[in-house]
Ligand binder design. Structure first.
Ligand SMILES: Nc1ncnc2c1ncn2[C@@H]1O[C@H](COP(=O)(O)OP(=O)(O)OP(=O)(O)O)[C@@H](O)[C@H]1O
Ligand SMILES: [Mg+2]
Length: 489
């Protein structure tokens, strides 16, 4: 348990820089985080937030500058060094092994730390820790079968297993709904304020900063542009403009002329969900709201042909969607932004320009030039020839959107499209999607963020427990949608 030592910072970053070839990810960054405080790190996509956390957690090294732990020089060469020094990181992307159970994942982590332990001991420790933090976790369930909310809580438990005094959280709430992130943030608050740990917390959701952070620091282009200062009276809007250096304008929905049905899901059933019926028309944005884990992923799998239905039909205009093989999807004018962007959207080891042209027939000579234009349009930080897995989380998401939306698709299947994007990029992507409806695109927009759906859609259907629990039209009644999401008709 951390010592109570009010004046000595738990962690100090002093003049740290990091470059990757010509890319300067961090320049002379200095900050500190004290015991018992939550320091929020804000910054646009590609600002250098993850790079800084990785350096602190021993996953990467600074090019220059120094780190201190309780005022002692600290230079972790591996995650194990960091954990032994009491520093752990919950990464931006899930690092759990999906085929293993919760307990086995903890065991694996302990063995990486060279701790001798048994599976039963790991399971009972895990149960004790989760009880203390006020939630239940099924220690024997494979991680792959858990909801994202449960997986995120397990990531946190795994990080806490070594009882760190410095906890680094890289966008822990990005995949959660409001209610889920509220409960996670309550835990985070208690870990800092009751247990006296030092917590560095990255998020793009500014209301969370206002809610739980004690101090906030803003990075832009790898530099500290607003030094750490108490959050105090600052509003989310003020933080947003400090972050991007200008005001962010919300995307505006102007209703379009609604045309013929483009996507028709008719009494669809699979072994897990159904019956689901819904229609998206030309020029229309249909939102699917619902707490994650209520069948959205199953619907996504059916729509992209990764899963057969046991009943019903899905049509794209007059054609059976199942008759369009995945590799013909883009050529058939269907765009798809997947919810699991790491696993399905990009080929990590391939270059950005190659990724941008997946599914298209563009001559090699024009590839580079075309990719460059697209990346500029979408402000993707990176070069056409850099490999996709060197992009920051949000920039990878922008690259997917740029590829999918490039040729004015007739049907857009957007699953959590703005997840992980900073406020500026979020507004940009929302506006692009809305503009496309003016050209007749039909948009199916699945989001865990109800406020997003209320702002951008024409109609909302709510998924609950595998089927449609309600349909709502403009003007929306937020309370009624919320009740349907909770399964209360
Ligand atoms: N291994 C690498 N090779 C080349 N460039 C890299 C590498 N890792 C990071 N970068 C670059 O460093 C910059 C900062 O990336 P980082 O992941 O730290 O951003 P971030 O602030 O976490 O953004 P996001 O909000 O999108 O997650 C980006 O331009 C990224 O492309
Ligand atoms: Mg990041």
């Amino acid at each position: 348990m951390p010592l109570n030592d009010a004046d000595t910072p738990a962690i100090t970053v002093a003049g740290v820089s990091r470059h990757f070839g010509l890319i300067q990810a961090l320049t002379d960054v200095s900050l500190e985080c004290h015991y018992g405080e939550i320091l929020a790190v804000l910054g646009e996509n590609g600002a250098g937030k993850t790079t800084l956390m990785r350096i602190l957690a021993g996953l990467d090294r600074a090019s220059s500058g120094q780190l201190f732990k309780r005022s002692e020089p600290y230079s972790p060469h591996s995650p194990r060094d960091a954990v032994n020094a009491g520093v752990t990181l919950v990464q931006q992307h899930f690092a759990l092994v999906p085929t293993m159970t919760a307990a086995e994942n903890i065991l694996l982590f302990r063995s990486q730390r060279r701790l001798r332990t048994t599976r039963d001991k790991a399971a009972s420790d895990l149960e004790a820790l989760s009880t203390r933090l006020g939630f239940k976790i099924d220690v024997d369930k494979p991680v792959g079968e858990m909801s994202v909310g449960a997986r995120q809580r397990l990531e946190l438990l795994r990080a806490l297993d070594s009882d760190p005094d410095v906890l680094l959280l890289d966008e822990p709430t990005a995949v959660l709904t409001d209610a889920e992130s509220d409960s996670l943030l309550e835990i985070v608050r208690s870990l800092a304020h009751d247990d006296n740990r030092s917590i560095v917390f990255i998020t793009h959701r500014l209301r969370e900063v206002v809610k739980v952070a004690d101090r906030v620091v803003v990075l832009r282009n790898g530099k500290v542009v607003v030094p750490a200062a108490p959050v105090d009276q600052r509003t989310a809007a003020e933080l947003a403009s400090e972050m991007v250096g200008s005001e962010v304008h919300d995307a505006i929905r102007t209703p379009q002329i609604i045309g013929k049905p483009r996507l028709i899901v008719d009494s669809l059933t699979t072994s897990e969900v159904g019956p689901i019926s819904l229609t998206v028309h030309e020029g229309e944005v249909l939102g699917i709201a619902g707490v994650e884990g209520n069948g959205q992923t199953e619907l996504e799998r059916v729509l992209i042909g990764a899963r057969h239905c046991t009943g019903g039909r899905v049509r794209f205009g007059e054609i059976d969607l199942a008759d369009i093989p995945p590799r013909r999807r883009i050529a058939s004018n269907i765009a798809y932004i997947p919810s699991d962007r790491e696993r399905t959207a990009l080929v990590g080891p391939m270059r950005c320009d190659e990724n941008l042209l997946l599914g298209r027939t563009t001559r090699l000579a024009r590839r580079h030039e075309k990719a460059k234009t697209l990346m500029e349009q979408w402000s993707v930080l990176g070069l056409p020839e850099s490999v996709a897995n060197t992009l920051s989380g949000g920039n990878a998401q922008k690259l997917v959107a740029a590829r999918e939306l490039e040729s004015h698709p007739e049907l857009i299947l957007a699953f959590q499209p703005t997840r992980g994007l900073d406020p500026g990029a979020t507004a940009f992507l929302r506006q692009v999607l809305l503009d496309m409806t003016a050209f007749g695109s039909a948009v199916l927009w699945v989001s865990a963020d109800l406020d997003e759906l209320l702002a951008v859609t024409d109609r909302i259907v709510v998924m609950y427990s595998g089927s449609i629990a309600g349909e709502f039209k403009q003007p929306f009644d937020r309370g009624a949608v919320g009740l349907a999401m909770a399964g209360i008709a």
